[in-house]
Design a protein around this ligand. Structure first.
Ligand SMILES: Nc1ccn([C@@H]2O[C@H](COP(=O)(O)OP(=O)(O)OP(=O)(O)O)[C@@H](O)[C@H]2O)c(=O)n1
Ligand SMILES: C[C@](O)(CO)[C@H](O)COP(=O)(O)O
Length: 303
């Protein structure tokens, strides 16, 4: 994102991603307690975001905000460590939802769908959306070598350069063995059947026992792994390693992960519409923007 502050403190229409995430959780009505994991040096600022929500008022949810215990704790160096810090404060809750503050515009309905599916008996639940792009596997091979099959190696799953949202540099010169003396190109193989692929969002919901077991198992495997970090980009992945089924429910395009500056432009637009401060709040048919959104967004995933 390139901002000096942690991303959760970046603002959309004047309100931080953290504050917007908390509002969505609170107004969903599914939480009895919320734990926020924040970078240690930003704990005070994270706490002040909670005060802002209280002051600005959550409309008719104000009563429930005082009924919901909100705790701010120091997170860790990565997502998994932060979740583990927060889990220590989850008390005796038997269902836990893990949410990315970066998905600050997640509609409350998504929280309700996830919580309902766990209550209905699933051990692990994630909101998902269909793939709209064609997806292929990437391999790198020497740029000048005609024998591609014997030298191709999987492109490492390191993130694309943050400075280039489209990762164009990676598309040309793979980072796998990017020695300038031996340039590589990236070649693509194999159509993956996109009708069977899903984009995974948060909140991800779990029975607390299963989530704790998944983290313990992950920690154990990390400690005993001879091949370095196991890599885990979400909690559902850890639960899946236990052999537990991860159940999908409908996600929502507005639960986008604010990752690149371009996402802020879209996020700002959505936030303004919701806050009723969009310049063009009146549509030609006379309905307000946020009224139109309510009619479409809470009814399931949109492409
Ligand atoms: N040490 C960390 C890093 C990330 N996260 C969580 O993982 C989410 C997604 O992470 P990411 O998009 O990578 O966010 P950041 O690392 O915060 O920001 P940036 O995109 O600038 O790298 C964050 O919103 C946050 O909820 C966390 O809990 N602890
Ligand atoms: C959990 C997640 O949002 C699901 O899509 C995603 O894996 C988080 O990834 P990040 O690398 O921590 O942004």
């Amino acid at each position: 994102m390139g901002s000096a502050d942690p991303k959760a403190l970046v603002r959309l229409n004047g309100k931080s991603l953290l504050a917007r995430s908390l509002e969505a959780i609170i107004s969903s009505g599914v939480a009895s307690s919320i734990v926020v994991a924040a970078p240690e040096e930003f704990l005070t600022r994270a706490r002040s975001e909670i005060d802002i929500i209280s002051e600005s008022g959550l409309k008719d949810s104000e009563a429930s905000i005082s009924g919901i215990r909100i705790t701010v704790v120091a997170g860790g160096d990565d997502r998994i460590e932060s979740v583990q810090s927060a889990l220590k404060y989850a008390g005796s809750a038997d269902i836990v939802l893990i949410h990315d503050a970066a998905r600050a515009l997640t509609p409350s309905d998504v929280f309700r769908r996830v919580a309902a599916a766990v209550r209905a008996g699933a051990e692990a639940v994630v909101p998902v959306l269909p793939m709209t792009d064609t997806v292929r596997r990437a391999q790198s091979r020497p740029a000048v070598n005609s024998d591609q099959s014997s030298t191709a190696t999987d492109v490492p799953s390191a993130p694309l350069p943050r400075s280039d949202p489209n990762g164009r540099q990676n598309m040309v010169e793979s980072g796998a063995d990017s020695d300038p003396e031996f340039p590589t190109v990236e070649v693509l193989h194999g159509d993956l059947d996109r009708s069977r692929l899903r984009r995974v969002q948060t909140p991800q919901g779990f029975t607390a026992a299963t989530l704790r077991r998944a983290h313990e198992e992950y920690d154990h495997d990390q400690a005993t792994s001879s091949s370095g970090g196991l890599g885990a980009t979400d909690d559902a992945g850890l639960v899946e390693r236990l052999g537990v089924d991860v159940v999908a429910v409908d996600g929502d395009e507005e639960a986008l992960k604010i990752t690149y500056p371009l996402d802020l432009v879209l996020g700002e637009h959505i936030a303004k519409q919701r806050d009723g401060t969009a310049r063009d709040t009146k549509q030609r048919d006379g309905t307000a923007d946020d009224t139109r959104r309510d009619a479409t967004s809470e009814s399931g995933p949109r492409r």
